[in-house]
Design a binder for this molecule. Structure first.
Ligand SMILES: [Zn+2]
Length: 385
């Protein structure tokens, strides 16, 4: 196995994109390798609210939208940010508030009451949606998702990431993907800008995950699903124009929210098509998971993934400085100390990362870093320690 020796291996050429990222060319495969999306793969229907600044109006729209989608007796899973949005929903069977410490057990305990409903309606952030996916799975009913922030691409995925116990390690569980999703512009536009930055950050992983997927395909370990590949690439291309200028609050307008919502949904659909997170999650997600496991989450998932992408960019031989500028523009972490991590911590993270998802071949497995090489890599990316 080739090992990282301190100089970035030019595994792929760089086309000079200002973000330092490039989408690799889709490998040509025999027709048999193309997995056709079957009717069993149900893609969620997505609606973006017409109202751009009045949340009470968006709440009206949401109530009507649920009715149109034949949700007549909902069980609500609502976080604090979603309270105003659910005001106009009627015939509610029950309401659960997951809070920051919702666990798998908490979600299971809600499923009994939810069985009397015709759908679970999740209105809130990532933890709320993750909990609702498990509630819906336990109750055996569909899920309608109403995200109140755009911090990651899991809104439309069937995966629920929740801890088993309070403060315990999170696990990714197969649950229920929403069959419909509603994006309230006035709610999303008021969400903390850190969540928007994280949402864009999660999408920076897509071209890198495709590079990793190509590596696995070249090694004969996996086959490429073309539909999943294109959706992942397209969702990155949608947000690419946002990467070149500083992202301040003044740039957060309805069109930007709509664009990011579409990109995150497409990224989630890429996962649904393939049945795994492969098209949007490679070495950079393994590094972020290793940070979670060793030191606990230090930032939004998408922000950690964006930071970790710097390592992938280096290992893939892409434009490190271009990508670093992109992270600075987006206000995303670009140095370990912004996550409270030392040089030694980062070496530990890189050594742990391959074990966070055994069986997924990425540039990390190809580089096969041991402590001295990991230390050289960390020093080359952050010489100031
Ligand atoms: Zn992610």
């Amino acid at each position: 196995m080739p090992r990282y020796r301190g100089s970035a291996a030019p595994a792929f050429s760089c086309n000079g994109s200002p973000s330092g990222l490039e989408v690799p060319v889709l490998p040509v495969e025999p027709l048999g390798a193309i997995r056709v999306v079957t009717s069993a793969t149900r893609l969620p229907r997505v609606t973006i609210s017409a109202s751009t600044d009045d949340e009470a109006e968006a709440a009206e729209e949401l109530a009507e939208w649920l009715w149109l989608n034949e949700v007549e007796r909902p069980f609500l899973v609502v976080s604090a940010h979603g309270r105003q949005l659910v005001d106009r929903i009627t015939r509610v069977v029950g309401t659960a508030v997951p809070g920051p410490h919702a666990t798998q057990g908490w979600a299971r305990s809600c499923s009994g009451t939810a069985r009397g409903a015709d759908a679970v309606v999740a209105v809130g952030g990532g933890r709320c949606l993750d909990a609702a996916k498990l509630v819906a799975a336990g109750a055996g009913i569909p899920l309608a998702a109403v995200p109140t922030q755009l911090s990651h691409d899991g809104v439309c995925s069937p995966v629920s990431v929740l801890p088993q116990t309070v403060g315990g390690l999170t696990e990714s569980l197969e649950a229920v993907a929403p069959h419909v999703a509603f994006f309230s512009l006035p709610t999303l536009i008021r969400a903390p800008i850190s969540s928007l930055r994280a949402g864009i950050g999660d999408l920076l992983a897509n071209p890198l995950a495709l590079h990793d997927w190509k590596l696995a395909s070249d090694a004969g370990l996996e086959r490429i699903n073309h539909a999943g590949w294109h959706l992942s690439a397209e969702s990155f291309r949608l947000i690419e124009p946002l990467l070149e200028e500083p992202l301040g609050r003044e740039r957060v307008e309805p069109w930007l929210i709509g664009l990011l919502a579409h990109a995150l949904v497409d990224s989630g659909l890429a996962m649904l098509m393939v049945g795994t997170s492969r098209p949007v999650s490679g070495a950079e997600h393994k590094i972020s998971h290793a940070i979670d496991e060793l030191f606990g989450g230090r930032a939004h998932h998408g922000a950690q993934v964006a930071f970790a992408s710097l390592v992938s960019v280096a290992l893939h031989g892409l434009d490190i400085e271009g990508f670093r500028r992109c992270l600075v523009n987006l206000g995303l972490p670009h140095h370990p100390r912004q996550l409270g991590l030392s040089h030694h911590d980062m070496v530990e993270v890189l050594l742990r990362a391959p074990n966070t998802r055994p069986g997924r071949f990425t540039i990390l497995e190809l580089a096969a870093l041991e402590a001295p090489e990991a230390s050289v890599l960390v020093r080359s990316l952050w010489p100031q320690g």
